[in-house]
Design a protein around this ligand. Structure first.
Ligand SMILES: NC(=O)c1ccc[n+]([C@@H]2O[C@H](COP(=O)([O-])OP(=O)(O)OC[C@H]3O[C@@H](n4cnc5c(N)ncnc54)[C@H](O)[C@@H]3O)[C@@H](O)[C@H]2O)c1
Length: 294
């Protein structure tokens, strides 16, 4: 399917940049959010990011202007969805909200439109039932920040058709991304599952006194060529994010080994959430950051 019009709903951290990726790829893009201020902030932030490309000579000022002319913002979902060939949903991570949005999209979009969710944890089959087109529903999972990160996970839901997967992967490529295909749904998809396995092992080694967190980080950087060790990465994404994700799994399974590690819990309780608060496993008031005492 040739995608001429894209609708992105949810103009937060992810949706705002996904919309500009669409416009940069030459697609007419409608960006929707329930909050007008969020839409304004999204356009302003995108202008800053893309202006930097122009300043570095990576893009012409005309191309930048043309891309922004292709984006229309609105707080009315039916207006954003009318005429869309493809929708990427990036609203808050709540099943009830997403199901409502999918039901409304199903009513407002043309029959041929594909409805993809950017959700990190919810699987598209949980949303497909809210629509009359489950074959045209799938996960299209970008990584933060979408303007920079080159991967998109495309995930087949229980009823997703081959044509939907092919169109989704080709849209990702048009946006300059590499698409990887998951043949079936699995919570956490590929990247977050692999990351969680690595990070769980890192916490296990730390909690058992096998090595310090800074040596575990050094081992991953120098022995595996990872750009950041698991504790540096936790600090980067925010310790509260990792803590909440683990709590969610723990509340579901009740298994002690799924609970957040004490070294993580103590830092979160103290409000040491990583880079964003200036202190987590490392102290960011020094250059380079220094390991903190627990
Ligand atoms: N942040 C990440 O690193 C990341 C990475 C990959 C995927 N995701 C997924 O992307 C989605 C969005 O995450 P985010 O980090 O951009 O969140 P965010 O909180 O920055 O943005 C969410 C936006 O949704 C809007 N919203 C709420 N209800 C809405 C509705 N009914 N209709 C339209 N808009 C509505 C909010 O006003 C807000 O602007 C989530 O499903 C998340 O799991 C996030």
């Amino acid at each position: 399917m040739d995608i001429k019009t894209l609708c992105v709903t949810g103009a937060g951290q992810m949706g705002s940049q996904i919309a500009i990726l669409g416009a940069l790829a030459g697609i007419e893009t409608k960006l929707h959010d329930i909050d007008e201020a969020q839409l304004e902030a999204a356009v302003a932030a995108n202008k800053k990011h893309i202006q930097r490309r122009v300043d570095k000579g990576k893009m012409s000022a005309q191309d930048m202007t043309a891309a922004f002319e292709r984006i229309e913002t609105t707080t009315q979902l039916d207006r954003a969805a009318a005429g869309a060939d493809f929708v990427i949903e990036a609203v808050v991570e709540r099943l009830d909200v997403k199901r409502e949005v999918f039901a409304e999209l199903d009513r407002a979009c043309p029959e041929h439109a594909i409805l993809a969710t950017n959700s990190s944890y919810l699987m598209s089959s949980e949303l497909a039932g809210a629509t009359s087109r489950p074959d045209k529903v799938c996960n299209m999972h970008f990584f933060f920040p979408p303007l920079v990160m080159r991967l998109v996970e495309v995930v087949r839901g229980e009823a997703t058709s081959e044509a939907t997967l092919a169109t989704t992967a080709s849209l990702a490529r048009r946006m300059g991304k590499q698409a990887v295909l998951l043949h079936k749904e699995m919570p956490g998809f590929l990247v977050n599952r692999i990351l969680r396995a690595l990070s769980n092992e890192a916490y296990f080694l730390l909690e058992n006194g096998v090595a310090s967190f800074e040596d575990i980080d050094a081992a991953c950087r120098l022995g595996l060529n990872h750009p950041l060790g698991p504790f540096q990465l936790s600090d980067f994404s925010g310790l509260d994010i990792g803590y909440n994700a683990r709590m969610e799994i723990f509340n579901r399974t009740g298994r002690e080994e799924d609970a957040p590690a004490p070294s993580l819990k103590r830092r979160v309780e103290r409000g040491d959430l990583g880079r964003k608060t200036g202190r987590g496993f490392y102290d960011y008031s020094t250059d380079p950051p220094t390991p903190t005492d627990d």
